[in-house]
Write a protein that binds this ligand. Structure first.
Ligand SMILES: Cc1ncc(COP(=O)(O)O)c(C=O)c1O
Length: 455
């Protein structure tokens, strides 16, 4: 409302929104997880043509909360087990609010010293947790899809530069061929990234996998200095890890580039109890992961790390007279975007609020809950299709129709939310325990709801 002094508007509006946000989060444990149909239907009230006149900010906020909040999915609560969706730690939510008030552009240091300092610090912590070299290049991006894209762009740069080709300047037309190798259970985001990079969605050689989706090293094709090999830490369905040490050693001998999609699985490296699963991944050349999944930094926060920082920089940096180059790392020289939100603030806050022990404890607690889901559903006579190595559980309730029907009924019933998938020809419910907010009461209530519906 233009008649109010700006400071009063900010103060009152932000105080009021803080109360609303807190009330939303305070109530999340007692509401249904998926919104009901009426709440979704009411969203029509927020759409339509843009009115000519300005809205009153309090009315706007009241409407947004009244209509928008009930139409959210309660992913911030403890009983959401769909996809691989983490919550956001309280310190990360609070830091994000402050960062929104700062309104910083984290493209260049000169635009926001604090955003870049926190991004640098958080990237160093992540490298350290993953036991990667301190001089790796890194970028914060929107998610693992863009982190895969970013790492693969660095790989494309380096593999073609070895063949005397400058892909950024000369494009791909007439470029020497690259061989791309992926596991048969590659995540679709890697395929998407290969398509965006002009390497083709269909051209990768697919290596057969075992019953958990792990790449079989005995089935690898010949590798050479022009090969881009994509492996995975944490299959989206089973949570399984490719045997990285053997694969990376073979790739190193051949001079191939190894890229790791570790969207969530790489975080197992932070736990003394689970770090053995990530053995050998440190030998790769580039890594993609997410902080909005297991570390619960909130959306959106993907992380790209590249052993040869210069390859990432050469793939991403552009110059212009008004963009001062400077001596230090400039985020936009290492990432696909130029203007970008200061997502390093939330990442810094999430990791700092947990500390090294807290990250390990979060990994261990959620993996323990996944084990409990498997045990509780096995006890009731249902089949767990995967070896539960980390936080992912696949359950069959008999026929494909029976399994799909349990998933649908559970989503409608609202106690918790689990999605569906198909695992090596069998329909399954996916249970992904990724949130800091999940408690053992949430897990027991969810097991009881699944058993009630399936029984
Ligand atoms: C293994 C793997 N890679 C990549 C992605 C894509 O992540 P994002 O949705 O953050 O881009 C996911 C998402 O679940 C994943 O599980």
């Amino acid at each position: 409302m233009g008649t109010l002094p700006m400071q009063a508007t900010y103060h009152d509006l932000l105080t009021s929104v803080a109360r609303r946000a807190a009330a939303y989060l305070d109530g999340i444990g007692t509401r249904r997880v998926a919104p009901d149909a009426a709440a979704v239907h009411d969203l029509d009230q927020l759409t339509g043509q843009l009115p000519g006149e300005a809205a009153d900010p309090w009315e706007l906020l009241e409407t947004l909360d009244r209509i928008g909040s009930p139409a959210t999915v309660a992913t911030a609560g403890g009983r959401y087990f769909g996809f691989v969706i983490g919550g956001a730690l309280p310190s990360a939510v609070a830091a994000a609010c402050l960062a929104d008030a700062w309104g910083q552009n984290a493209s260049l240091r000169v635009m926001s010293p604090v955003s870049v300092a926190l991004e640098d610090a958080a990237l160093a912590w992540v490298r350290d947790l993953f036991r990667l070299p301190g001089n790796c290049g890194g970028a914060l991006v929107t998610g693992a899809t863009m982190a895969n894209f970013t790492g693969l762009a660095a790989a494309r740069h380096d593999l073609l530069a070895r063949a005397g080709w400058d892909v950024e300047n000369d494009g791909l037309s007439g470029a020497p061929p690259l061989t791309v190798v992926v596991g048969d259970e590659v995540h679709v985001s890697v395929i998407k990234a290969l398509g965006l990079l002009g390497l083709g969605r269909k051209h990768a050689i697919r290596v057969p996998v075992d019953g958990q989706g792990r790449m079989r090293p005995d089935a690898l094709p010949a590798l050479d200095r022009h090969t881009l090999l994509c492996i995975q830490a944490g299959n989206v369905n089973t949570g399984a890890f490719d045997p990285a040490r053997e694969i990376c050693q073979r790739a190193r001998e051949a001079g191939a580039w190894v890229h790791v999609d570790g969207a969530f699985g790489l975080w197992a490296a932070a736990s003394p109890s689970y770090m053995h699963l990530t053995d050998g991944f440190e030998l790769a050349d580039s890594w993609a992961t997410d902080a909005h999944k297991w570390p619960n930094a909130g959306y959106d926060c993907g992380i790209s790390l590249v052993r040869k920082a210069s390859a990432l920089r050469e793939a991403m940096a552009v110059g212009a007279a008004y963009l001062a180059p400077g001596e230090l790392r400039e985020p936009s020289h290492y990432s696909p975007d130029m203007s970008r939100r200061a997502r390093g603030v939330e990442l810094w806050a999430a990791l700092r609020s947990l500390g090294r022990r807290g990250v390990a404890e979060l990994i261990e607690r959620t993996c323990g809950f996944a084990q409990r889901f498997a045990e509780g559903l096995r006890e009731a006579g249902y089949e767990v299709l995967n070896e539960v190595v980390i936080n992912q559980v696949l359950v069959s309730f008999g026929s494909a129709e029976a399994t799909r029907s349990v998933i649908q009924q559970l989503q409608r019933e609202g106690t918790c939310w689990c999605g569906g998938t198909e695992w090596q020809g069998r329909a399954a419910m996916r249970i992904s325990v990724s949130s800091w907010a999940t408690t053992s009461e949430d897990v027991e209530a969810s097991i009881a709801a699944i058993r009630r519906i399936a029984g």
